[in-house]
Design a protein around this ligand. Structure first.
Ligand SMILES: O=C(O)CCC(=O)C(=O)O
Length: 271
């Protein structure tokens, strides 16, 4: 991977994204960059804030939200050209705002599931987002394997548009609009299932109607993934019901920083 230039997706990758609904970009961020990101995590998880949402059973942090407002390093990551440029390319606009910036952790032995869902169900029903355009961009902060609670995608499940959902407030501590088993079976019969695994630094990009979920982490290995949601400003939320950390209200366009912005943050901190 050439880390010296902003990543432009190839035509084949763009075609794949539209056909499958997601991309897996192995080692998009280097080990050194991942270390800069990981170094922030203990202090963020230790904060006593409603933006740190805890697992139902263990009380461990399940998701830590609003991160670009809580950490300079994560603010840089949200403006990283390797995230922003592909998002601009896919969506065909430079006018994107940061909708959500979080880490989903799954602690060894106790990290809980994310039920089958697609993101637009929540964006539309909770926040009044008009169209399923938002992109979810992930970077793995740990190696993610089939054992430690990886995301599982149903390829092509976005193609028929939004499917039926119901609000699940019981299964986990995070209320989610979920897809029922019959619909998942039908979609998986057509598209199969893909496990999104890779070494730390691997990135994912997936669309707002792609059905996905992730199993509990019963392995002895932690699993943390950073997730940035970028949405076109023209498609912004129309209902400000949820807290800012779940859907940010700053609709200014995200402007990419230099490609070395993460390593520069570490150099700045050391000097
Ligand atoms: O972190 C996970 O396992 C699930 C994340 C997810 O479903 C999402 O970002 O929409």
């Amino acid at each position: 991977m050439d880390y010296s230039r902003p990543v432009q997706l190839t035509r084949a990758q763009l075609a794949d994204f539209h056909a499958q609904g997601f991309l897996i970009l192995p080692a998009l961020f280097s080990r050194a960059e991942v270390e800069v990101l990981r170094a922030e995590v203990p202090a963020l998880f230790a904060e006593d804030t409603s933006a740190n949402i805890r697992e139902k059973a263990s009380g461990e942090v399940r998701t830590a939200m609003g991160l670009h407002l809580r950490s300079q390093v994560y603010a840089r990551l949200c403006h990283h050209p390797r995230f922003v440029e592909p998002a601009r390319q896919i969506l065909g606009t430079e006018q994107l705002y940061i909708q959500q910036a979080k880490i989903n952790a799954k602690v060894a032995f106790s990290g809980e599931a994310w039920q089958w869902h697609y993101d637009f169900a929540t964006h539309h029903r909770e926040d009044g987002v008009p169209e399923p355009l938002a992109l979810n961009l992930h970077v793995f902060l740990d190696d993610v394997t089939e054992h430690n609670g990886p995301l599982v995608f149903i390829p092509g499940s976005h193609r028929g548009g939004p499917v039926r959902t119901a609000l699940d407030t019981e299964t986990t501590s995070y209320a989610l609009w979920t897809v029922d088993n019959d619909t998942v079976s039908q979609l998986a019969r057509a598209g199969g299932l893909v496990t999104a695994a890779g070494v730390a630094g691997t990135a994912l990009i997936f669309g707002d109607c792609l059905v996905h979920g992730s199993p509990p982490n019963m392995s002895p290995w932690d699993r943390s993934i950073f997730s940035l949601i970028l949405n076109p400003i023209a498609n912004a939320q129309t209902r400000l019901a949820r807290p800012d950390y779940k859907h940010h209200r700053d609709f200014r366009p995200v402007v990419p920083l230099d490609d070395d912005c993460l390593l520069a943050a570490r150099a700045g901190a050391a000097s």
